[in-house]
Design a protein around this ligand. Structure first.
Ligand SMILES: [Ca+2]
Ligand SMILES: [Ca+2]
Length: 1001
């Protein structure tokens, strides 16, 4: 295999990674000279081999490049795109080596569906407005099924919409019942026009207010009107035929050929003018700034860079490089300098290396070993692991002792040499660098970082204690690697995690991924027993291992007893119970499939005289290919945290089974801190507030603010089922983005990849799910480094204000009682932690009045006299739902409207930014609702077919609003003519001001 790889290595495509307000995940996207490069599309290894799919991806980018160039008014296009195909596909000569391209860090993934969004494409975004997201997720059928383009418009346009989410941190401008359920509304009252308006951007759409009755399967014009509002369930239905509108791409109606741009704030350019009043997610998270206002502050365009440039059609065609996953090659680069003898660092490193070689390395991987002290020394060349003998040969090569200086740079060069043996290209090889000390010998990391990065190797770094070289995260970042921190304190076990991460780069399918149930460390006093447990869920159970390491030399330091869920006891007499005194490892391997349920373990320090440090790692593998395992991944806001500039550290954990998000789970982060301070635990929440921008997407978020000084902050994530409450999302039976079609043509919509296209106007429902199995997981969340603290800082200082309220909303209003009910999630004293001390709530006539005024606090500030419920001076703890009922003056005859904005203070007088602004409408007249007043109501499911058949003759509904009559009729399935381009001859404008139209039979 080695030789054939060398022959195939016609070229290696290397990506330069950078840190653009990124997460700890590396990104190689750049915009230079109007050209996007470093864009990675990765195809999941569960996707069947398909040349058509590759071609569709290429076609999509070719189209997207032109559309992006137009949409950015000649400022950006796609120049270079790398497509990563899985190892499971047949190798081809044109597939290049993957270099440092991996599936996990790709920008666009083609993968099995996430049922929360399927069949639609979505962008996973952890952070917020203006920040880069995680990836765009296409279901493969969405790319290959011709129905996609019929109903959702050209793929290239879909991609540019998603690119707005991914690269620039823009959000959807359409009402989104799935992605933004708490804030979903179709219409709002505009104090500017004094009318009820549909949520949209720009204003210039032709539309009709329609209500859909899924049980009867028909539409009719909504009761109500622009002056009084519409009945519940009414949707703003965008028509296929438009006159002047040209924006916006983030509104999602790009199937209309007219839609060519992102909204801007130029008041004279109405077809592209941003709608600042619309209560959508974009306005809520981006402070009501238009897409272009966000873009002009983005690193791609800030400072007037990438100004418009004329390019030919040929120049806009991207260059594609296809690369393929290869075998995993790892060099362990271990620090054997004298300082490693301190605090048992060396023994722990060797124990975990031995465990890695024995248990974690997958068959078919290549492993080499290099040590460094005064210089780098090869201990074992790259060895293909296929047998126990291969593993033993590697174990025998582990270094026996540590002494001397620290030459990290030379170690890196030696490791690259090992990866280059036999003329192989080192690109794509992984170096796991484990070190505890500052560099003493040249070359330093800084001397070799460019060479290392150019060679295409990936360097994962494991910082061993606070003293570890502070350029390690930079080295990981520059090479697309991951930075780990091991504190050497009780509770920390990232040592094992860092090793396991190397295998995950090997294109392992989920069904073959190692799952870590627990990773921790304990100090057990002499002669004492300590007990713990894990829950073995029914998705895993193969190759289950309980691994314990101890530190005392040349003795068996511990004894372990396991108790299975049915009460069987496993001890040293068990066949799978093994002890290795040389590497200080006690391993219990369970044969077959481990019994699901609660496994308890007890560890005895058998030496009565001294304390023992015990590391514990419990892992298993998915039980079969048919059951998808529960996977937990995590990210931090950055591998470096600018605390001195007031930046907090944000932890994110994502929980899924296959690609289905798991919600309502219990997720905790433990953060280890420098300076000898105890670790802090915070609960991560999927609540759509504070640091969490999307509710119920299976991404749990929380800020951490309790810094104790300069050094590494290591994160551990623990997850469980929350006492049986966790749910795996199966389906969201609602279309977040609607296909743009005539309402008389929506019958019998096809499916895409097995997911029915939801009929536009289908009433939103809660996501559907199934109970998650009982499970528990404990993983490392990586680490972040603080280089500088604010002037005069001592731990405990109040540095952070309360968090910004991003989910303020109006949940009720009463014209009769003259009340408005506001709801939001309480911020903390320090961002997401604790409780604030008081709230300020301002009331104005309109959102525009607030926005046009540079001092929102010049508007009326509520006092306790205005409140029927709620207390301005007693905010609740972070994450608690606040409900305030506010009395407002109502002088108008039928409709009154107020905008509200608020902020929170802490006890140190620090204040949050203003919240999102909401507009409350109080109206006297509530339009009646129901299927219709013409006897169409009450149709049962069995009668739907009759409706469809009779509709050939025309079921005519007459609605008596303002004297206008509109007709809608259903059509039989066989007459369906889908036309998204507005060429349909069945309809014509009726010419009235509402732009509603009549459908003739
Ligand atoms: Ca979330
Ligand atoms: Ca504070």
């Amino acid at each position: 295999m080695k030789n054939s790889q060398a022959f195939l290595a016609v070229a290696v495509f290397l990506l330069v990674h950078s840190n653009v307000d990124a997460l700890t995940r590396p990104s190689s996207i750049r915009l230079d000279n109007n050209s996007y490069t470093g864009v990675v599309v990765a195809i999941n290894n569960q996707i069947a081999e398909s040349d058509v799919l590759i071609q569709r991806i290429k076609d999509m980018f070719i189209e997207a490049s032109k559309y992006l160039y137009q949409a950015t008014r000649k400022r950006a296009y796609f120049k270079e795109v790398t497509i990563l195909v899985p190892k499971t596909w047949t190798p081809k000569p044109e597939y290049e080596l993957p270099g440092n391209v991996t599936f996990d860090y790709a920008d666009v993934i083609v993968a099995p569906p996430n049922p929360r969004w399927a069949p639609l494409t979505y962008t996973k975004q952890y952070q917020g407005c203006g920040k880069q997201g995680v990836h765009i997720h296409f279901m493969d059928a969405f790319l290959t099924d011709p129905n996609t383009e019929l109903y959702y418009g050209p793929l290239g346009r879909t991609l540019v919409h998603e690119w707005g989410h991914l690269r620039w941190g823009l959000f959807d401008e359409y009402p989104d019942a799935v992605g933004d359920p708490d804030n979903y509304q179709e219409f709002y009252f505009s104090p500017t026009t004094n009318q009820f308006e549909g949520v949209r951007c720009s204003y210039d759409y032709n539309s009709v207010p329609l209500i859909f009755f899924p049980d009867n399967f028909f539409y009719r014009e909504c009761n109500g009107g622009p002056d009084v509002g519409y009945e519940d369930g009414c949707v703003y239905y965008v028509l296929v035929e438009q006159d002047s509108v040209t924006s916006s791409i983030m509104y999602g109606t790009y199937p209309l050929t007219e839609i060519s741009y992102f909204c801007d704030n130029n008041e004279t350019d109405t077809p592209n003018l941003h709608n600042r009043e619309a209560p959508n997610k974009h306005n809520r998270l981006c402070g009501r700034r238009s897409s272009w206002e966000v873009l002009r502050d983005h690193v791609d365009f800030a400072g007037d860079i990438n100004q418009p440039r004329d390019l030919t059609a040929d120049e806009l065609i991207p260059k594609f490089t296809i690369v393929q996953h290869r075998d995993v090659r790892v060099v362990l680069l271990v620090d054997t300098s004298g300082s490693m003898n301190t605090d048992n660092r060396f023994t722990k490193m060797i124990s975990s290396s031995a465990n890695y070689i024995s248990s974690i390395v997958n068959d078919g991987s290549y492993i080499g070993i290099v040590e460094f002290n005064y210089l780098g020394i090869m201990l074992k060349n790259l060895t293909l692991v296929t047998s126990d003998d291969d593993r033993q040969a590697l174990l025998d090569a582990l270094p026996p002792k540590a002494e001397g200086s620290t030459a990290i740079g030379d170690g890196l060069l030696k490791a690259i040499e090992v990866l280059s043996e036999g003329g192989q290209d080192p690109a794509g090889g992984i170096i796991l660098l484990i070190t505890d000390g500052e560099e003493r010998e040249r070359p330093f990391i800084a001397d070799v970082i460019d060479f290392v990065s150019d060679s295409g190797v990936i360097v994962d770094t494991l910082a061993f204690t606070q003293y570890a070289e502070s350029t390690l995260p930079d080295l990981s970042l520059a090479t697309g690697g991951k930075a780990f921190f091991y504190s050497n304190e009780p509770g920390s076990n990232t040592l094992y995690e860092a090793f396991a991460a190397t295998m995950e780069r090997g294109d392992v399918i989920d069904a073959e991924k190692r799952v870590q149930l627990l990773g921790t460390s304990w100090v057990i006093s002499g002669g004492q027993l300590r007990e713990g447990g894990v829950f073995m869920d029914n998705t895993i159970g193969k190759r289950t291992e309980f691994v314990f390491s101890w530190t005392a030399q040349n003795v068996i330091g511990i004894e372990v007893t396991l108790t299975s869920p049915n009460g069987s006891v496993i001890n040293s007499s068990f066949e799978g119970y093994g002890v290795d005194v040389t590497f200080r490892l006690l391993t219990i391997k369970l044969p077959g499939i481990a019994e699901p349920g609660a496994w308890d373990f007890a560890v005895l320090n058998s030496d009565a005289r001294s304390d023992e440090e015990v590391s514990i790692t419990i892992s298993s593998y998915p039980v079969s290919d048919d059951v998808e395992p529960i996977i937990v991944t995590s990210e931090l806001s950055g591998s470096i945290t600018a605390f001195a500039q007031g930046e907090p550290l944000v932890a994110y954990a994502e929980l899924r089974q296959g690609f289905s998000p798991i919600i309502y789970a219990n997720v905790w982060a433990t953060i280890e801190r420098p300076g000898g301070f105890p670790p802090i635990m915070v609960q991560l929440l999927d609540n759509g507030a504070g640091a969490d921008i999307t509710k119920y997407d299976g991404v749990y978020s929380r800020t951490f603010t309790e810094f104790t000084g300069i050094g590494f902050y290591g994160i551990k994530i623990d997850v469980d089922n929350n006492q049986g409450n966790a749910i795996v999302i199966d389906a969201s039976p609602f279309s977040k983005a609607r296909p743009i079609i005539n309402p008389d043509q929506v019958f019998d919509l096809p499916d895409i990849g097995g997911f029915q296209i939801p009929t536009p106007g289908t009433p939103p429902q809660e996501p559907k799910g199934r109970a998650a199995p009982m499970f528990s997981r404990g993983i490392s969340g990586g680490s972040s480094r603080v280089d500088e603290v604010p002037a005069g800082f001592t731990p405990g200082n109040d540095i952070f204000p309360p968090g910004n309220i991003i989910d303020l909303r109006v949940t009720a209003s009463s014209f009769e009682n003259k009340t408005v009910t506001l709801m939001w999630t309480a911020p903390g004293d320090d961002l997401d932690l604790g409780a604030a001390s008081r709230y300020e709530i301002f009331r104005a006539s309109s959102i525009i009045a607030l926005q046009n005024d540079s001092n929102p606090d010049s508007h009326y500030k509520l006092t306790s006299d205005d409140l029927l419920q709620g207390n301005l001076t007693a905010p609740q703890d972070y994450g608690t739902r606040e409900v305030f009922i506010i009395e407002v003056p109502v002088n108008a005859s039928s409709v009154a409207s107020y905008a509200f904005v608020m902020r929170a203070y802490d006890d140190a007088g620090l204040v949050s930014d203003f919240s999102n602004v909401v507009q409350a409408t109080l109206r006297e007249y509530i339009p009646p609702s129901g299927p219709s007043s013409e006897g169409q109501g009450g149709l049962t499911g069995g009668q739907i077919a009759l409706v469809v058949i009779f509709s050939v003759l025309g079921i005519v509904l007459v609605i008596g609003i303002a004297g206008a009559s509109f007709k809608y009729l259903t059509k039989p399935k066989n007459t369906k003519t889908v036309d998204v381009e507005g060429e349909n001859t069945d309809k014509k404008k009726d010419g009235n001001a509402n732009n509603a139209y009549v459908v003739d039979a």
